[in-house]
Design a protein around this ligand. Structure first.
Ligand code: TEU
Length: 530
């Protein structure tokens, strides 16, 4: 399976949404000095791999997912030396650092795009996807942007359209051009040589496009688009030519060689919700080391059967190659999605407990360890382009991106600024790291114990997962002597392990559940005696 994949088995990952993690400079925006000062929290929690969202210079049309220079770090975050210090401090604490690599598109302010747009004869013209208008005028095909509207913008100056699967400020690179491949291999070499331990690869499924850019067929089953929600148009098309093209796998084969030469890790944000489609990205163990598996991130609170299926499907891919995730900066937080309040928080912990017993890497998103719920962001404070531009405020990702609550008081220990870039929301002192650390009953300690049992009960990724329930709100499985069970329903249910066992970890429901039952949202880890 390769050195890196073997080394990271059983690891715990953590997503740092940099702008909202810790602000050391008092400007209301999180930065790398702030992150370095708070790395001790992550080490204490048991984190092995820290993924930092993009920190490169950017006009911030999509909060850093529009990169203007891949080889530097934004001054707003402290510049490149501040990132060097983060690498050093993380390594001293035994943690790896993954940068967020955005290879599907650049910023429209990247010098490559500026040169590409300025002159049709520039060598950079072919770094991007330019096409003449369709025969009667208008965009070259029916592709649409994730954020609504056509995936094409007309450039008056050069008389052609350019392709963008996200905002017009995020022009898509042309991965059929060898020069683009060479640029990214150099970028990967640069950061691995400078102290990064690998990359989370943004939109990893979409880099290669069908060379003829044919129209996309309509999706078979998804009904009519909502005219008030531009983002629904994207879901009404079958993404067979703009996504998941076979050529994309070749890109990761090349990156894998570069990464392995530096003991670096490549983790794809491969946003494909069927395991059959996703498996080829990791199956041959010659491409991505790891892929995120997003199916568990789209479930309703009470959909136990869907969750069981999503977990089992995740296990059906190459063992040890899945990065498990229940929350991210792109989705509503798990505690909210699973119903909010004490039950929502308990279910979020229960789902984490299920994922933490599985092979691969289990990720937490900042604040998940505190049981944080979404924050409602008023329209006049909205930042996310899905809210401000795509006509889909109810889909705004701002709700999961508000600042991390470290300590009680004015700026919650996040900032000394009066006006953080996103509001702090109605967090109370019991939500903060400092208060939860002092309270042995707080969720933070349950998450920390969970990372602990994951590490101490590490087993070979080939040890199969045997499902102990096939239906109903109790999800339980066994791997060798380990048994993990969770009740994600709203009622207490009776449940017995398949033999005598000693407890390794429990989610401590209040009031405690009687012997032989699991309370709503309760989860346990047990070790069978034989
Ligand atoms: O997200 C890409 C992506 O695939 C998701 O936006 C997905 O389409 C969506 O969650 C479906 O509901 C990445 C980043 O994580 C995101 O923050 C960026 O906005 C986006 O890429 C563009 O770079």
């Amino acid at each position: 399976m390769g050195v890196v994949t073997a080394e990271i088995q059983g690891a715990v990952g953590y997503e740092v949404y940099l702008r909202s993690f810790a602000d050391a400079t008092g400007d209301g925006v999180g930065d790398l000095h702030g992150l370095r000062e708070r790395l001790g929290h992550l080490a204490w929690l048991g984190v092995d791999i820290v993924w930092i969202t993009p920190c490169h210079p950017s006009p911030l049309a999509d909060h850093g997912y529009d990169v203007a220079d891949y080889l530097d770090v934004s001054g707003e975050y402290g510049g490149i030396e501040a990132l060097d210090r983060v690498f050093e401090a993380a390594h001293e604490l035994g943690m790896r650092v993954l940068l967020d690599l955005v290879p599907n598109h650049t910023s429209n302010r990247h010098p490559w795009f500026e040169a590409s747009r300025a002159d049709r004869d520039s060598p950079y013209r072919d770094y991007y996807i330019w096409r003449d208008p369709a025969p009667g005028g208008g965009p070259p095909n029916n592709w649409v942007s994730h954020f609504g509207g056509p995936a094409w913008t007309y450039d008056e100056h050069s008389g052609q359209y350019y392709c963008h699967l996200f905002l017009p400020e995020q022009p898509d690179l042309n991965w059929a051009n060898e020069a683009v491949s060479a640029e990214f291999e150099a970028i990967i070499e640069f950061w691995l040589g400078r102290g990064a331990d690998g990359f989370r690869i943004d939109v990893a499924h979409a880099l290669a496009k069908h060379p003829e850019l044919p129209d996309l067929p309509p999706a078979a089953v998804r009904g009519e688009a909502d005219p008030d929600d531009l983002m629904t148009v994207f879901d009404r098309l079958e993404h067979v030519y703009d996504s998941n093209r076979p050529e994309v796998l070749e890109i990761y084969r090349r990156w894998r060689e570069v990464a392995d030469a530096h003991n670096g890790l490549i983790l794809g944000e491969v946003y494909l919700l069927e395991s059959d489609a996703l498996a080829p990205y990791v199956a041959a163990r010659d491409g991505l080391h790891l892929t995120f598996w997003f199916a568990p991130l789209h479930l309703r609170a009470d959909d136990a059967d869907g969750l069981r299926r999503a977990l089992a499907e995740g296990c059906s891919m190459a063992p040890g190659s899945v990065a498990w995730i229940t929350s991210s900066h792109d989705s509503s937080r798990a505690a909210t999605r699973f119903g909010g309040g004490p039950l929502g928080r308990a279910r979020a912990l229960a789902v984490a407990a299920l994922q933490f017993g599985l092979p691969g890497v289990a990720f937490l998103y900042q604040g998940e360890e505190l049981g944080l719920e979404d924050v409602e962001v008023p329209p006049d404070r909205a930042q996310d382009p899905t809210a401000t531009r795509a006509g889909a405020p109810h889909r705004s990702r701002d709700v999961a991106r508000t600042p991390m609550p470290w300590e009680p008081g004015g700026g919650l220990g996040f900032t000394s600024s009066e006006r953080p870039w996103l509001p702090l929301g109605d967090r109370d002192s019991a939500d903060t790291v400092a208060v939860q650390r002092d309270d042995p009953d707080a969720l933070l300690h349950r998450y920390r114990e969970l990372t602990g049992v994951r590490h101490t009960h590490l087993m070979d990724s080939e040890v199969p997962v045997e499902w102990l329930t096939n239906e109903g709100p109790v999800i339980a499985y066994r791997r060798a002597k380990l048994v993990v069970a969770a009740n994600i329903g709203a009622e207490a249910l009776s449940w017995q392990p398949p033999g005598s066992a000693r407890p390794l970890w429990r989610s401590s429901p209040r009031p405690p559940a009687p012997e032989g039952t699991l309370a709503p949202g309760e989860a346990v880890w047990l070790e069978l005696h034989n």
